[in-house]
Design a protein around this ligand. Structure first.
Ligand SMILES: *Cc1c(COP(=O)(O)O)cnc(C)c1O
Length: 398
């Protein structure tokens, strides 16, 4: 790309980033499959090794990156407005490595209570055994200041949160952490996938995404990415290298291909999701709809202040009389929403959520069962009719 990324809008970065340059080139980078890289002389090999020691790029060995992966990393770095990006084989691998690049035995970390559940498990079932302690804080940050200790090295946020999409005021969080001293702030940015939100611009040190979701966009690849500030980069890269994290060029290529259309997909999906959310709010079997782009959602003020857009996710809370078996029946009678984990693909999904295993701090005012919907690229009218039919089959039972 000839222009610097700072001059360009994100949709343009997604279209032009990571493309080959030259007098006669292919539009797309090649899928550079390799383990071994060969050198024409010992001088070239030594130069490559010295560059690596200075955190410079350049081919060295397959595990340490490929030109295809570099192209994707450049696109994500530009989207996230960061210093550098490292790819991982899944979103969770990116998250655990980001955490391990900061904390050591004896350290303490604070984790937002609305985080993705496997991150929770990593803290309690792995980090605790390594002598790293953790505590959860509320997404509204009301208990964050009192929980920061002299041992706190990392604050892990996710914005909006998993399942209920609680917003968190990241600039306020960063200010509290900075006031406290040497505390790194990392954000799980999967919901906005680097396109609709840039945590580093709000003061965070690391933004981590599951590329598996909107970046890949077609439900066919697992991928993660960590983008950092200049200060956080050397340690992240070092720990990723030490642990042997690596991504295949084929997966990087598919993610780059997905990235080209991410802006149009997410715009269409957020529009359809908002339309469904507004309509579902009126339904007598539904008590509440969780979606931060709804003007009456408690997170709307922060979302409209800090985000450039939304996505295809929304959660519905049924009225209390709709019990578990009825919720199963609801998701099973949907024809256009499949039952499945993940989201961010082109297709619609529905999944009952079990909150007690993922939240413990908040006095949540939840009396009914929750189902998370992911709105895909289908015509929204068809999706509405599908949900209406499934809800009608319940009305007879309530
Ligand atoms: C899916 C997801 C992850 C994990 O990503 P994988 O690629 O499935 O490992 C992490 N955080 C959030 C918010 C997610 O939705």
């Amino acid at each position: 790309m000839k222009k610097t990324h700072k001059d360009l809008h994100r949709a343009t970065v997604l279209t032009h980033g990571g493309r080959p340059e030259g007098a006669r080139v292919t539009v797309n980078p090649v899928v550079a499959r390799t383990s071994t890289v060969v050198f024409d002389s010992m001088a070239t090999l030594r130069e490559a090794l010295a560059g690596r020691a200075r955190h410079e790029r350049g081919l060295l060995y397959g595990r340490k990156g490929s030109s295809t992966g570099d192209a994707l990393e450049d696109v994500i770095t530009a989207l996230e407005a960061g210093e550098r990006t490292r790819l991982f084989s899944s979103g969770l691998a990116a998250m655990t490595c980001a955490i391990l690049s900061v904390v050591r035995t004896g350290d303490h970390m604070l984790v937002i209570d609305s985080c993705y559940e496997p991150v929770r498990k990593f803290c309690s079932q792995y980090l605790a055994g390594m002598g790293v302690t953790h505590e959860f804080f509320k997404p509204d940050l009301s208990d964050l200041a009192e929980k920061l200790t002299p041992q706190t090295r990392l604050v892990w946020a996710e914005c909006p949160g998993t399942a209920l999409f609680e917003m968190c005021d990241l600039p306020a969080l960063v200010e509290m952490a900075r006031r406290h001293g040497n505390v790194t702030v990392a954000v799980d940015n999967t919901w906005a996938s680097g396109l609709m939100y840039r945590p580093l611009e709000h003061g965070a040190d690391m933004s981590v995404i599951a590329g598996t979701k909107y970046l890949v966009g077609h439900s066919d690849v697992m991928l993660g990415a960590v983008t950092t500030s200049a200060a956080a980069w050397p340690r992240l890269e070092e720990v990723a290298d030490l642990m042997g994290h690596s991504v295949s060029p084929d997966d990087a290529y598919l993610a780059l291909r997905g990235a080209r259309t991410m802006a149009v997909r997410m715009e269409r999906q957020q529009e359809s999701a908002l339309r469904l959310a507004r309509w579902l709010q009126q339904h007598p079997l539904i008590r509440r709809v969780f979606c931060p782009s709804l003007p009456d959602d408690p997170g709307y003020a922060i979302w409209s202040r800090d985000f450039d857009g939304g996505n295809g996710l929304l959660s519905i809370e049924f009225i209390a009389r709709v019990d578990g078996p009825m919720v199963d029946r609801f998701v099973e009678s949907l024809q256009l929403f499949s039952i499945g984990h993940s989201w961010g693909g082109y297709e619609s999904l529905a999944l009952p959520m079990h909150l007690p295993s993922t939240r413990h701090l908040q006095g949540l005012d939840i009396g009914g069962n929750i189902v998370r919907l992911h709105v895909g690229l289908e015509d929204p009218q068809d999706l509405m009719l599908d949900i209406e039919a499934a809800l009608s089959s319940l009305s007879a039972l309530v």
